[in-house]
Design a protein around this ligand. Sequence first.
Ligand SMILES: Nc1nc2c(ncn2[C@@H]2O[C@H](COP(=O)(O)OP(=O)(O)O)[C@@H](O)[C@H]2O)c(=O)[nH]1
Ligand SMILES: [Mg+2]
Length: 373
Amino acid sequence: MDDSCVAVRRFFCDGMGNFGGFRLLQRRFRLKKVEYIWLFDGLLVSLHAKIYAKKYMGFFNFFTKEKKETLDQGLEKTKESFFGKLTRAVAGKTKVDDEVLDNLEEVLVTSDVGVDTTLNIIQRIEQRVARDKYVTTDELNGILRDEIAQLLTENNTSDTEGFQISADKRPYVILVVGVNGVGKTTTIGKLAWQFKQAGLKVMLGAADTFRAAAVEQISIWGERIDVPVVKQKMGSDPASVAYDTLSSAIASGVDVVLIDTAGRLHNKKGLMDELSKIKRVMQKLLPDAPHDVMLVLDGSTGQNAFEQAKQFTSATEVTSMAITKLDGSAKGGVVIGISDQFKIPVRYIGLGERAEDLQPFNRREFVDSLFKK
Ligand SMILES: Nc1nc2c(ncn2[C@@H]2O[C@H](COP(=O)(O)OP(=O)(O)O)[C@@H](O)[C@H]2O)c(=O)[nH]1
Ligand SMILES: [Mg+2]
């Protein structure tokens, strides 16, 4: 059997001979070839599909209508605050002039977009105003939306359409880093659940051995979503836990490994040493591991998240980011700034505590949702 084959279990079809569902599966996974056997399970017909993705194991694109609603709801507070400020910024004005631009600058900075990105946005709008001569304040919304979307798509990173793993990178190892409390363990739990839903075999490594509660928390997630967690006792060497996890994952044919870490920012050298050791030890088993170093940032901390991104990216090679807790926070603008300033893709955004509240970050969808009235 082709080693890029992955079995998708429990893919229930609503009747016998449901080739529509079958084609959907093929399209969603962008498969070259699909093999299947029918299993009768009471009245339900379970489709056991063996998928031969020539190169990639793809995932569902999570961006359904329901996801859009979660995004809209999650960004509610940010929108309220942003548009409140924007309305005040243009009050009594019909034309976008220097004063409106100054006010807009303040709106963006106080919405946690960050100074540099704000300046980029203002510059773009100035150019637009200079070009179009007379721009009304009524048009400002639309222009802002377009310019922000444009800015974000110019930075050479691509959106995560679901998730893809190259067949020659298996197990695919994601090392999750970030300071205490940002949502690492929760994000790992949510991702593990989504990967599992997509038919992948997942394993978690409890390498945050700093606090007993941390090991317990990831174990609870593991039990809840029925995913194995490799752990040692509190205080043990995180690198040793990572090693154990990876060797166990290799032995049992796991597709994705997620490693939780403590990532204390006590000092840059300490953090650097700890993360390099984890990497080095894993590379003994799998030379190109970790395939992804995902930095988790708490979006509700606004500028603090920026600071953390700066510190972590200078301490270790971060390859992706997840920004959590956007729900219930008015600081969603931080996603725009971080996405613009760091040339590292923001892959996921956290919009709540449920497993399905973690979404792939899609810049266009994000900006559209932010500007939707
Ligand atoms: N509302 C909300 N809460 C979140 C989100 N992500 C994480 N949390 C909560 O943030 C708290 C800290 O998360 P945890 O995963 O323990 O952070 P860690 O210390 O980085 O592992 C927990 O209470 C989580 O439930 C999110 O996207 N939205
Ligand atoms: Mg944790």
